[in-house]
Design a protein around this ligand. Structure first.
Ligand code: DGL
Length: 270
């Protein structure tokens, strides 16, 4: 048993898509979430910067005495996971392998589209992960850099978002994909719009469910479950004003964020 919380981080609100699934699969675990809203987006930045930001987020979570780290961010998982694993002694779970697993499980035609941030797409991490599971798949990827600011703005079902989605996704349609991987934890918040643009013939998959299952597996196999029977008190921290984060986040999670706090720069930046 280990009653310490699980630390989860993302550049902003996107990681809540993973939290939502963790609440289902790990209902007795306590979560400490950090959204680096002062520095979002990560996906347009260099690998070195993303790695440095990620280690700073982990520094903050470690101060909250977490027993495990969940990188609820494809950009960080794609560019920095091996370096993070080398530096951190507690278990670390990324989102790329779970996302790849979800895609390979549902595709019938083996033609898969992958959309994500510029950093995630240029890393080639999804192509590598999907191909290692099924070498016969054909993968077509596309960076959609405007989606993250649209989500952070809370424009989840807006005309502007719809137009941006059409512009990004229409070129993917010529490849007759049957599966589209939402390779950014922000994107499941745009599922309604993305579904409308891609049509019923394309299944949208993301990493959230598979990641939550993988976290549960780690917790169970290491026997580090929280055994206290009182309800877990989840805590949410952000590095900039929390107003929009709380508004969009509560709507998405379908529950109140009872504890939300803006942290100071010196609490995480070296
Ligand atoms: N939600 C993150 C991801 O999964 C980061 C997006 C960003 O900050 O650009 O890639």
């Amino acid at each position: 048993m280990d009653n310490r919380p699980i630390g989860v981080f993302d550049s902003g609100i996107g990681g809540l898509t993973v939290v939502k699934e963790m609440l289902k699969f790990l209902p007795n675990e306590e979560i400490v979430y950090f959204g680096d809203t002062a520095r979002v987006p990560y996906g347009t930045k260099s690998k070195d910067t993303v790695t440095r930001f990620a280690l700073e987020c982990i520094r903050f979570l470690n101060k909250r005495k977490v027993k495990m780290i969940v990188i609820a961010c494809n950009t960080v998982s794609a560019s920095s996971l091996p370096e993070i694993r080398k530096k951190i002694s507690i278990p670390v779970q990324g989102v790329i392998t779970p996302g790849a697993r979800a895609a390979v499980a549902v595709t019938k035609t083996k033609k898969i589209g992958v959309i994500g941030t510029e950093r995630t797409i240029s890393s080639g991490a999804y192509i590598e992960a999907i191909k290692s599971l099924d070498p016969e798949t054909q993968i077509y990827s596309k960076a959609c850099p405007l989606f993250v600011p649209l989500v952070e703005e809370g424009w989840l079902d807006d005309d502007v978002t719809y137009l941006a989605a059409e512009k990004y996704l229409n070129p993917l349609k010529q490849y007759e994909i049957d599966t589209l991987v939402l390779a950014c934890t922000h994107y499941p918040l745009l599922k309604g719009v993305l579904k409308k643009v891609m049509g019923d013939g394309v299944i949208l998959v993301d990493s959230a469910t598979e990641t939550a299952k993988a976290v549960k597996q780690t917790i169970d196999s290491l026997k580090i479950q929280r055994t206290i029977e009182t309800l877990p008190q989840h805590k949410f921290f952000v590095s900039d004003t929390p107003d929009k984060f709380v508004k969009v986040g509560e709507m998405f999670l379908g529950r109140k964020m009872d504890f939300i706090q803006k942290i100071n720069t010196e609490e995480y930046v070296y």
